[in-house]
Ligand binder design. Sequence first.
Ligand code: HEC
Ligand code: HEC
Ligand code: HEC
Ligand code: HEC
Ligand code: HEC
Length: 218
Amino acid sequence: MAQIFSRAADTWFRVAMLVTLGGLIGVFIVALLLERSDYQTGRGWVVRQPVPFSHQHHAGALRIDCRYCHAGVEDSPRAGFPPTHTCMSCHSQLWTQADMLAPVRRSLEENRPLRWNRVVALPDYVYFQHDVHVRSGVGCVSCHGQVERMPLLHKAEPLSMSFCLDCHRDPAPRLRPPEAVTDMDWHTDEDRRQLGERLMRERHIDPARLTSCGVCHR
Ligand code: HEC
Ligand code: HEC
Ligand code: HEC
Ligand code: HEC
Ligand code: HEC
C-alpha cells in the first residue's frame, strides 16, 4: 500500500505535537503562578496619588492617630478618606507655599474634594465592615501592615478569601484591647491566646459563626 505521508513527515508531526503540548503546559504553569503572585493580588504595589502623601511622616514621625484622618473607622463600615480641611488644619500654617501641596490648596479654593486612588479594595460581592473589626479589637496592622513605615502606601496583605478565613477560624490570638487598635507598636506580656479568649467572651464573639459563607457574601 502506498504511504500517504513519508516517514520523515511522520517524525515531524510527532515533534510538532510535542512542542505544542510543551507550550500548553508552560502557559498553564505561568497562569497558575500569576494567579498566586503579588501582581494578581496587587500586594506591595504603589499607586499614583494627586499628592504624594506620606504615612511614614504623618502617622509615623508625627504620630497623628489614624482616626484623625480616617474618622469613620470605628462607627461605620467605611474608614473613609480625610476631607481637605483636615489637611489644612496644619497646612494652612505649615508648608503653605510647597508645590507638592498645590493640589490641596486648589481643592480648598475650588471646594472640590481631592480624588485619592484606591490602594486596597474588595470586589463588590464581598461584604466588609470596619466598625465590627475595630470595636472587637482587630488592629489596623493586621490587615494593612506597618502603615506608619510606608512613605507611599501599598497593600501589605493579600485580603483574599483565605486571608480573611485564616483569622475567622481562630481570631483569639490576633485580638487586642479595642483601645489599642491604632497603636502600631502595641505589645503585651500577657499570653495572646488567653487575652484574646477573654476578649471573645466579653464581646460574645462566636467563631463557629464566622466561617459561614453568608457572613461575607450576602
Ligand atoms: C497634624 C498636622 C498635619 C496634618 C493634619 C497634615 N499634615 Fe502634612 N505635614 C505636616 C508636617 C509637620 C509636615 C512636615 C514633615 C516633615 O518635613 O518632617 C508635613 C508634610 C507634608 C507633605 C510634604 C512631604 C512630606 O511628607 O514631608 C505633604 C505632601 C503633606 N504633608 C500632605 C498632607 C496631606 C495631603 C494632608 C491631609 C490628608 C496632610 N498633609 C495633613 C503636618 C500635617
Ligand atoms: C494625616 C492624615 C492621615 C493619617 C494620620 C492616616 N492616614 Fe491613612 N490615608 C490618608 C490619605 C490622604 C490617604 C489616601 C492617599 C494614600 O493612599 O496614601 C490614606 C490612605 C490610607 C489607606 C489606603 C486605602 C485605600 O484603599 O486607598 C489605608 C489602608 C490607610 N490610609 C490606613 C491608615 C492607618 C492604619 C493609619 C494609622 C496608622 C492612617 N492611615 C493614618 C491620610 C491619613
Ligand atoms: C479585618 C481587616 C481590616 C482591619 C482590621 C482594618 N481594615 Fe481598613 N480595609 C480593609 C479592607 C478589606 C478594605 C477594603 C474595603 C472595601 O473595598 O470595601 C479596607 C479599606 C480601608 C480604607 C480605604 C477607605 C475605605 O473606607 O474603604 C482605609 C482608609 C482603611 N481601610 C483604614 C483602616 C484603619 C485606619 C484601620 C484601623 C483603625 C483599618 N483600616 C482596619 C480591611 C481592614
Ligand atoms: C485578624 C482577624 C480578622 C481578619 C483578618 C478578618 N476578620 Fe472579619 N471578623 C473578625 C472578628 C473577630 C469578627 C467578629 C466581630 C464581632 O462579632 O464582634 C469579624 C467579623 C466579620 C464580619 C461581621 C460578621 C457579623 O455579621 O457580625 C464580616 C462581614 C467580616 N468579618 C468580614 C471579613 C472580611 C471580608 C475579611 C477579609 C478582607 C475579614 N473579615 C478579615 C476578625 C477578622
Ligand atoms: C471571612 C470572609 C469570607 C467568608 C466567610 C467566605 N468568603 Fe468567599 N470571598 C471572600 C473574599 C474577601 C473574596 C475575594 C477574594 C479576592 O479578591 O480575590 C471571596 C471570593 C469568593 C469567590 C470568588 C472566587 C474566588 O475564589 O476568588 C467565591 C466563589 C467565594 N468567595 C465563595 C465562598 C463560599 C462558597 C464560602 C463559604 C464556604 C465563602 N466564600 C466564605 C471572603 C469570604
